[in-house]
Design a protein around this ligand. Structure first.
Ligand SMILES: O=C(O)C(=O)[C@H](O)CO
Ligand SMILES: [Mg+2]
Length: 270
């Protein structure tokens, strides 16, 4: 049976961030993920996890200057020192939160650098991150993101991510396969799952309806079918529910949209 984690950056925006842990737990989630923990002290987050009996399964390394439009710095020549500091900070949080995965965003392709320099910078940075993370038993994830939501992002396709992971060459550097982005960029999701999950190189899945990034039962993708494929393939990781509830921030907007999840937590899925 697939295991689902609530993405607290997108779900439960009807309440403040620190209240989202309780909301997710009361809806039956046993695991959470979110983009960035850094506005809160690790012990505050750890207390929320502990009180609500939740596991932290994923968060992101510092992405550079998000407000200025940066979406990671891993591929940016000249930012290696900042990248390394960010990995150290992320790993401190991972230790405090007992979190086994950190997503490292690639960044937007810098147009004033050669493609070769950008690629080499990315690979060297990911090797650094992977080696540092391995020392504390953490996996580093890289995620292809669609170019409509993030124009110019360095990483957009599953095949590109798997080539890079092979070249980085560390067991603990893996792919975060977000089926929302994958459907927009390349489609053929069942076959892509069948191609990539058996490699053991996919460390985390994420889902959302396409094209509006609402609940997975809204839109063009048949997620019930995909959950059965994921189950059949024996994927034992987590599936992050990384969508914006269609009811927005109305009271109980997230809970009222969770009907799609019920068969998968009660064992009544077909
Ligand atoms: O946007 C996504 O799909 C993600 O998973 C990133 O962590 C943040 O952009
Ligand atoms: Mg994602």
């Amino acid at each position: 049976m697939p295991r689902f984690a609530a993405n607290l950056s997108m779900l439960y925006n009807e309440v403040d961030f620190l209240q989202r842990f309780a909301a997710a737990a009361s809806d039956g989630f046993t695991a959470v993920e979110y983009l960035f923990p850094y506005e809160h002290a690790p012990e505050v987050l750890a207390a929320e996890l502990s009180v609500h009996k939740l596991q932290q399964v994923l968060f992101n390394a510092p992405p550079g200057d998000w407000a200025a439009g940066e979406r990671g710095i891993a591929c940016l020549p000249g930012r290696q020192a900042e990248f390394r500091d960010g990995i150290a900070r992320a790993l401190d949080y991972a230790a405090a939160l007992h979190c086994p995965r950190v997503h490292v965003m690639a960044g937007l392709i810098p147009l004033d650098q050669s493609a070769q320099e950008v690629r080499q910078t990315y690979i060297a940075n990911l090797r650094f991150a992977g080696e540092a993370a391995a020392r504390q038993g953490v996996n580093i994830l890289i995620e292809p993101i669609n170019g409509r939501d993030m124009p110019g992002f360095f990483l957009s396709r599953q095949d590109q991510a798997h080539v890079l992971v092979a070249e980085i060459g560390l067991d603990n550097v893996q792919v975060q396969m977000d089926l929302y982005h994958a459907q927009i960029v390349e489609g053929d999701l069942s076959m892509k799952l069948r191609q990539y999950l058996p490699t053991g190189r996919v460390g985390h899945l994420q889902i959302a309806g396409v094209p509006q990034r609402h609940e997975p039962d809204l839109g063009e993708v048949n997620f019930s079918h995909l959950f059965n494929v994921i189950d059949e393939l024996g994927f034992d990781g987590w599936i992050g529910c990384e969508y914006r509830p269609a009811r927005g921030t109305a009271p109980h907007a997230t809970r009222d949209g969770l009907g799609w999840l019920q068969p998968w937590v009660t064992g009544n899925a077909t």
